[in-house]
Write a protein that binds this ligand. Structure first.
Ligand SMILES: [Fe+2]
Length: 366
């Protein structure tokens, strides 16, 4: 009995020691339902035409930059996410981080599901800009049924203003919205040195004028910092290619999707490694962005619930729930990010962070 008690205390000391040594963030203990999300039937009212020719479309210029939403799909959970977003009267733009309709999950990549998704999202997309990032579910690459041209359905349905920013491809581009310069990267276009995307990003970052657009935001689909087992390290090669630029140009925040959950990082970088020096761990870096994964729109593939353990030190908060994020720029020095999960009312915030601008006010904010 005495030995068992001693072993128990030694075990407790070991676990506590491990927790202190890891210095990790918070893994939410929130309990959520985990059954699979069900697609809404084709005759659901959300798939009916929302805007007719007589609709008076209002112009919006609210101070809130927008919502971040990804991997939406068209399930009852997707509808819950979009309904929560639409309940926010101040949101002025939606920054979408990829994976739209999931039509490629249906037999023969059923394009009817592209149609229904377009009508489903119309309750928002008809009234404010949606800034598109392209994910793996937009590839629609299916040579087995004769379709060997990637991105064909999405390229016809969702054009982007890429040429205005000097890009030569629809899938990476930039826009300026409110006081933010927003750069959209393409996880599924080539990005190695000498490629068009590499050259474009290199010149685009030099064009950013922080006195005109104080906030610099980057969107992509596959996250660079995610501690979920799903899609683990799929964004790693792009991180290796571009992360040093994010630090050099003091990007404020990077948003990604792909992983069907929520996670927020501390400000870290991992750019010191040179193959021989072994400096290959993320370190605290006040010039680095905060990385936020919001691939939690609610698609039929369900939540990504398995996390790497222990929680890595770069991870500040993670939770496997559906929801969306709001990025509210207050002025050139402060912005408030809030993550809303579906299970709560639309006014409940499950995670939040005050961000200070990396260029004008780079305090230690995370
Ligand atoms: Fe994805």
């Amino acid at each position: 009995m005495g030995n068992q008690r001693r072993e128990f205390y030694w075990g407790l000391i070991f676990v506590l020691g491990l927790a202190v040594q890891c210095n990790a963030g918070v893994t939410s203990t929130y309990r959520r339902r985990l059954e699979a999300s069900a697609d809404m039937p084709l005759d659901a009212d959300v798939f009916q035409l929302f805007v007719d020719d007589n609709t008076d479309i209002p112009q919006q210029d609210a101070p809130v930059l927008g919502t971040f939403l990804g991997d939406l799909g068209q399930t009852f959970d997707s509808n819950s996410t979009l309904t929560h977003y639409n309940a926010n009267p101040n949101a002025a733009a939606l920054l979408y981080v990829g994976d739209f309709s999931y039509a490629d999950n249906y037999p023969y990549h059923d394009n009817v599901r592209w149609d229904t998704w377009g009508r489903f999202t119309e309750s928002s997309a008809a009234f404010q800009p949606w800034i598109w990032t392209f994910g793996n579910h937009e590839l629609d690459f299916a040579p087995e049924i004769g379709e060997s041209t990637p991105f064909k359905p999405v390229s016809y349905r969702y054009p982007t203003p890429y040429s205005a920013s000097g890009s030569t491809e629809q899938y990476y581009y930039s826009v300026r919205r409110a006081s933010a310069h927003i750069i959209v990267l393409a996880s599924y276009s080539s990005y190695g040195k000498y490629t068009p995307q590499y050259s474009w990003l290199q010149s685009e970052l030099k064009k950013v004028n922080r006195t005109v657009t104080p906030w610099l935001i980057v969107l992509m689909h596959a996250p660079w910092y995610s501690s979920y087992k799903s899609h683990y390290m799929e964004g790693e090669t792009m991180r290796v290619q571009f992360e040093a630029w994010m630090v050099q140009y003091k990007v404020d925040v990077v948003f990604a999707g792909h992983v069907h959950a929520y996670e927020r990082s501390h400000r870290v970088s991992n750019i010191a490694y040179n193959i021989t020096n072994a400096n290959c761990s993320p370190v605290s870096d006040n010039n680095a962005p905060v990385y936020i994964t919001v691939g939690d729109g609610g698609n039929a593939e369900g939540l990504s619930t398995e996390m790497t353990q222990p929680q890595p030190s770069y991870s500040a908060f993670r939770e496997a729930s559906f929801g969306h994020g709001i990025f509210d720029i207050k002025n050139k020095t402060h912005a408030l990010f809030e993550w809303h999960r579906n299970q709560d009312g639309d006014d409940v915030v499950a995670d939040s962070l005050w961000l200070t601008n990396r260029y004008f006010n780079p305090t230690k904010d995370s």
